[in-house]
Design a protein around this ligand. Structure first.
Ligand code: ATP
Length: 294
């Protein structure tokens, strides 16, 4: 009997080991499900002299292979248009915009700029054509001048000042003790939220990209700064294809197109009045909920 039991014991033990091993293996594959790095095609083309037409065709994307954030996304934007993305928090509005400069690669479908698949473009040239103005503005320790210059490294002093003027930043900058040479960031002067935003807008004016992604701030500034910033952003988006993650009524009202994104994907596309006319429309509901008290 003993002779008979030993192999079975060993087999049971092996089975236990195997199960443990499998669990480990599963964790490993889960870890490995993280996406591969963004790579450039060997024969990548330069994106140059573009008009700025954008098309998302059947685009699907997830941050990992377990859950999809976007599925079957279809829309197009004509060159020069401003499109406002609205929808509940977490629907994927920012994600959708981050796919355009290829911060992440899509799983399915195509994203085209002027009919060119972004997958076949050189990353530098693709990103040179796209300006991004964000809520959490990326300013580094350095002078104001250096921070604006980051938009286009070969710009002249005159061009920097011109960009700052367009962003309504010039006045406050020259009133600082060291003007454009004022140090900002950890070791320099503290700028207000609105001032920081204007510097980042100046940076985008200097870069002068045909395509702009605008992530509107939800945090409120005082009315005066708000008004100034809205004005410079409106000017910045002129004559550029602009994708706005919209939080403001004025933005959605003036957009050439509103795209309503929910966890079901894109549910409505149209102008403000058109979408407001839809009696059980998602936009209509969002609009009344979000803006009726504004
Ligand atoms: P909000 O209006 O709150 O900014 P949103 O519509 O822009 O929301 P996204 O920020 O695109 O939504 O997020 C979509 C989904 O993707 C959310 O479930 C979010 O948790 C998830 N997500 C966002 N960024 C990442 C990331 N870097 N890694 C993993 N998941 C992420």
């Amino acid at each position: 009997v003993k002779m008979f039991m030993e192999p079975i014991k060993r087999l049971v033990s092996f089975n236990e080991q195997f199960q443990k091993g499998m669990a480990g293996f599963q964790r490993f594959t889960e870890l490995m499900a993280i996406k591969t790095e963004i790579k450039e095609n060997e024969d990548a083309k330069k994106l140059e002299n573009i008009k700025g037409n954008i098309k998302y065709s059947n685009v699907s994307f997830g941050y990992n292979h377990h859950n999809k954030v976007l599925t079957g996304i279809n829309f197009s934007i004509n060159a020069g248009e401003t499109v406002a993305f609205v929808g509940p928090s977490g629907a994927g509005k920012s994600t959708l915009c981050k796919l355009l400069p290829r911060f992440y690669d899509i799983d399915k479908g195509e994203i085209l700029i002027d009919n060119l698949n972004i997958q076949n473009l050189s990353l530098v040239s693709l990103r040179n054509n796209i300006g991004i103005v964000q809520q959490d503005i990326f300013l580094f320790n350095g002078t104001i001048k250096e921070n604006i210059l980051y938009g286009r490294l070969d710009a002249t002093q005159e061009e920097i000042i011109e960009a700052a003027k367009e962003a309504n930043a010039h006045e406050f900058i020259i009133n600082l003790e060291n003007g454009y040479d004022t140090n900002i960031g950890e070791r320099g002067v503290k700028l207000s939220g609105g001032q920081k935003q204007r510097i980042s807008i100046a940076r985008s004016f200097l870069k002068n990209p045909p395509i702009l992604i605008l992530d509107e701030a939800t945090s409120s500034l005082d009315n005066e700064s708000e008004r100034i910033i809205q004005k410079s952003l409106a000017k910045l988006s002129q004559d550029r294809t602009t994708l706005v993650i919209a939080h403001r009524l004025s933005t959605v009202r003036n957009a050439d197109k509103i795209i309503v994104l929910t966890d079901k994907g894109i549910v409505e596309i149209g102008k403000h009045e058109e979408l407001l006319d839809k009696t059980d429309g998602v936009y209509r509901k969002l609009y009344t909920k979000q803006f009726s008290l504004v």
